[in-house]
Design a protein around this ligand. Sequence first.
Ligand SMILES: *Cc1c(COP(=O)(O)O)cnc(C)c1O
Length: 411
Amino acid sequence: MARINDNYLKLQAGYLFPEISRRISEFTQANPEASVIRLGIGDVTKPLVPAVLKAFHEGVDEMSSGATFHGYGPEQGYDWLSQIIIDKAYKPLGVDLKTSEMFISDGSKCDSSNILDIFDLSNKVAIGDPVYPVYNDTNVMVGRSGQMNDAGYYEGLVYMPCTEENGFNPDFPTEKVDLIYLCFPNNPTGTVATREQLKGWVDYAIGNDAVILFDAAYEAFITDPDIPHSIYEIEGARRCAIEFRSFSKTAGFTGVRCGLTIVPEELLGTTIEGEKYSFNKLWNRRQCTKFNGVSYPVQKAAAAVYSDEGWTQVQEIIDYYMENARVIREGLSAAGIECFGGINAPYIWLKTPEGMTSWDFFDKLLNDCFIVGTPGSGFGPSGEGYFRLSAFGERKNVETAVLRIKEKWGK
Ligand SMILES: *Cc1c(COP(=O)(O)O)cnc(C)c1O
C-alpha cells in the first residue's frame, strides 16, 4: 500500500470552525426563536460592484467568439493586469516594480502556502501567535515540524507571541530564523505595523539573512495615512521580502478568486554549494510547472477594480465595512470591553470581560446575546482570553449586536 504523508496526522483536526458550527446548531435547536447574529465570519457579504461585474461579463462574452476567445494565458498573469496594479496600487506608494516581479494567482491562501515549494526544508520558520492558521498548518504539512506540544506549539517552528504588552507587533525571534511570516493589517488581531516597526523588521531580516513573507490581504482597509500598505515602502525590502495581496477582501473576490505575489529580482537565497540564486526565477519556474494562470474573465474583472468607477465603488464598500468596525469598536468600548484593531482592519480583537476564557465568552455571547464570534484561542495559545468580531456584516445586524452587548455588559 502507498504510504500517506504522516505529517498531516500531526495537524489538529480542523477544530475551530466545526466546533463553532456545532455549538451554534445546538443552541438554535434549543432556541429556535432566537435571532442569531453572526459576527464570526472572515468572508465578505457585499456583492461585486457594477464596474467589476460589467468587465467580468464582457470577459465571458469574449470567450464566445473565435476572434476574441482566450485559451491558456501566461502562467504569471496577463501583463496588462500586472501593469495596471503597478501603476494604480504601487506607484502611488512610491514603489516601482516590474511586471516580471508580479505573479497573478487564484488567491493568497494558495500563494502563501505554495511559496514553501521554493524554500529548503532546513529553513527555520517564525510565525506569529495568534496567527492565520494557514502559515502554521502548511509548514506542518511539508514536514518542517514535529508534533504539537502541550503548550499548543509545534516542535521545530518558532512562535512570536503577539500580546497586549508588545502592541500585537511581535518581538524579534530569540533564535536564528530564515523565514518570517508577517501579516499587517493583521488577521485576527486587526492591528497594524507602523513604518518604524516595519523598518525594524526589514533591518532585522537583512541583518539576519532572513526572508519576510508579508501578507497584505487587508491593506485596502488601512485608513491611517501614515501606515504603509506595502512592505516595499520600506528601504531594503526588495532584498528581503515577498509580498502577497488579494482581491478577496479588497473587492469581494472571495468566490471569484484572484490574488498576486511579488517576488523582487534582488531577493536572493543560497544553493547547497553556497552560491546565490534568485527566488524570482524559482517562483516563476514553480508557477510555470504547477499553475496555468487565472481565468481571462477573472483577470478582466480584477483590472476593473482599478478603473476610476470600479475603485470608487469598491472604496464605498470598504468604507461601509469600516463604519461597521467603528460601530462595534465604539459600542464595545462604551460597554467597558477593551478592544484592539478595527481602525485599519475589518477585525476587532477584544479582551474577554471578567477574565473569561475565549470559549466561555463564546458561550456567554451566544446564550445571552445571540451573537456569534470567533474565540481567540482558536488562532493560537496567545489568543486565549481574546475574541474576534468581524465587520463584514449588515449594518443593522451590527447595530443590534452592539445594543445587545451594551445591555449585557454596559452597566
Ligand atoms: C482572507 C485572507 C487571505 C486571502 O485569501 P484568498 O485566498 O486570497 O481568498 C489571505 N491572508 C489572510 C490573513 C486572510 O485572512
